[in-house]
Write a protein that binds this ligand. Structure first.
Ligand code: PY5
Length: 309
């Protein structure tokens, strides 16, 4: 089936829930939880790579910092510091004794209490860590421009990685799959290219990288930031943050997605137009290889991004 590269091999044994490590089967919340009804929650996605008998977690602290910032935007306060969430993640990984690459999903949401829209019910926090392979096809994905648009930054806070926002990305992603594509690309409210359903986007034009700016309605992706740094600091490639017109994407030399789950995934076709010659381009390939070395801690300059467990 097109676009089903997600590999969740099995459920893990333990989950971290409200400051305790509990069995997977016991990690439940009430059906009257506020976050379930109204999407009032925030989450993160973090990857850990199994290498040299260790799990190397990539930019864990940065993800936990963004987790806190997302919560703040939603009037929520996560009752655990960034440092304690980092420690909790390490404990959870150790408890599960993973022997392959993992994905870590911290989530915080308003729990049980009043259902009125002004309610500020207690915040519940969980961290889930699972064995996880590729999210998108590493050889490249065929995309469609979604019929769903990203709301402008004054409609809903798009900077927060808020659970409720993912209704939009779910609709876009399902629409793309139902139409035979691997992934959706959303335009912003003014018709410029914004991002994928769960990824930031870059194009290559005249040897430079171009990506939508963070003052527009996109998530400030941690992989996006990583790629900007690697391109400019290691590969000497100029990165321009500016708006991208849809037609520019169609005519780009190369294009790719960045995201924790997607890592760096080549975009090989958009709305029936091949990008470049329809295969991952040179700059994309260089970045994919470099990113792999960085997440495994092979490049000393960026080793501080890795938490070894
Ligand atoms: N834009 C959106 C809408 C995202 O959901 C994500 C991450 C990104 C950009 C990239 O951000 P980062 O590089 O910080 O991961 N998406 C999640 C992920 O874990 C969820 C995917 C299902 O990759």
């Amino acid at each position: 089936m097109v676009g089903k590269p997600v590999s969740l091999s099995k459920w893990p044994e333990y989950v971290w829930l409200n400051n305790s490590i509990v069995r997977w089967s016991e990690a439940s919340v009430h059906v009257f939880s506020y976050g379930l009804h109204y999407g009032v929650g925030v989450f993160e996605g973090v990857r850990g790579y199994y290498d040299d008998g260790l799990i190397k977690v990539f930019r864990l602290e940065d993800h936990m910092r963004r987790f806190h910032k997302s919560a703040k935007i939603l009037y929520m306060s996560i009752p655990y510091s960034v440092e304690s969430l980092v420690k909790a993640t390490a404990e959870l990984i150790r408890a599960n004794k993973f022997k392959s690459d993992i994905y870590v999903r911290p989530v915080a949401f308003r729990g049980l209490g009043d259902f009125s829209l002004k309610s500020l019910n207690p915040v519940e926090v969980a961290i889930i860590a699972l064995e996880f392979g590729k999210y998108l096809k590493p050889s490249g994905v065929k995309c469609m421009i979604s019929s769903w648009r990203k709301p402008s930054a004054d409609s809903i806070p798009v900077l927060a990685k808020a659970t409720g926002l993912y209704l939009l990305y779910h609709l876009a992603s399902v629409e793309a799959h139902k139409n035979g594509y691997d992934e959706a690309i959303l335009l912003d409210s003014e018709g410029y290219v914004a991002e994928g359903s769960g990824e930031n986007i870059f194009i290559v034009k005249n040897g430079e990288l171009v990506t939508p700016p963070t003052y527009d309605a996109i998530l400030e992706g941690i992989t996006r930031d990583t790629v900007i740094k690697l391109a400019s600091e290691v590969l000497g490639i100029r990165v321009v943050e500016r708006r991208i017109r849809r037609e520019e994407l169609y005519a780009s030399d190369e294009a790719f997605f960045t995201g924790t789950a997607a890592e760096i995934t080549p975009i090989i076709e958009v709305d029936g137009r091949l990008i470049g010659n329809g295969e991952a381009g040179d700059i994309t390939r260089k970045l994919v290889n470099l990113y792999r070395e960085v997440v495994l801690g092979k490049i000393s300059k960026y080793r501080h991004w890795i938490t070894e467990v």
